[in-house]
Design a protein around this ligand. Sequence first.
Ligand code: SF4
Ligand code: SF4
Length: 248
Amino acid sequence: MSHSATTRIQEQIGDPVSDAPPVGRDKLEEIFQDIQADMRYDHELNGCLNCGICTATCPAAHYYDFSPREIVQLLWTENLEGIYDAMQEKIWSCAQCYTCAARCPFSNSPGGLIMLMRETAIKHGMESAKNVLRPFSRVMLKLISTGNQLSPDMITPDGFADWGPNVAKVDAPLELLRQAIPMPTLHTTKTAWEVNLKTSVELYTIWEETGVLDSLETIDENLFDVIQDIMDEKRDDYEDWLDDQDDD
Ligand code: SF4
Ligand code: SF4
């Protein structure tokens, strides 16, 4: 049997009857170099005693097959296969609470290192990143297009079933209740607060300049296209508004 042509499953998990690793050495090195090249890397990894204090204080380690000590050891020993393997699932268990960083006797930040690994997973378009972020596409659309993470009209009984009996409270007349808030900029339901055109345009520039939109394109091209359309429209509206000011 030839292993030169791989199926989609083999591309993800490797060919179980082949000795060849699922990802070549060059790719593993490229991924590690991307993690290491970030200017935060040297601040967040200063050595590792393998003492396990980070794991003992990590809330995610109590609930998942996950250990910040293990992740730090993989990076510290430059275990390229292990790093790649951890990026397929384990790094997505971290809650980014940074308790580990506060406790590590070496002043490491395991949570910060995990963030670098996540960013690299997104940059490389890994399936694990796409799978983790897919359920958040609605929130990402709201956040990138308005700067608001959650708006009142997103709080629906279907979306928050885990609220139990309290979910009945979200059936309230939102539009009316929002009018009762003393600050007029909060009389909104589609966004948590009023976002003016200039702020939106500035926000889009930040997303562009910081590479957020490039990352988004890597993991969700459809969402990227939708946001590009919204951006173009708002920029046109802002230009029109500026022209109107000049005419007055
Ligand atoms: S990262 Fe810090 S706390 Fe965690 S095992 Fe290494 S030295 Fe210990
Ligand atoms: S930042 Fe992540 S690894 Fe560190 S303690 Fe919190 S959940 Fe655990």
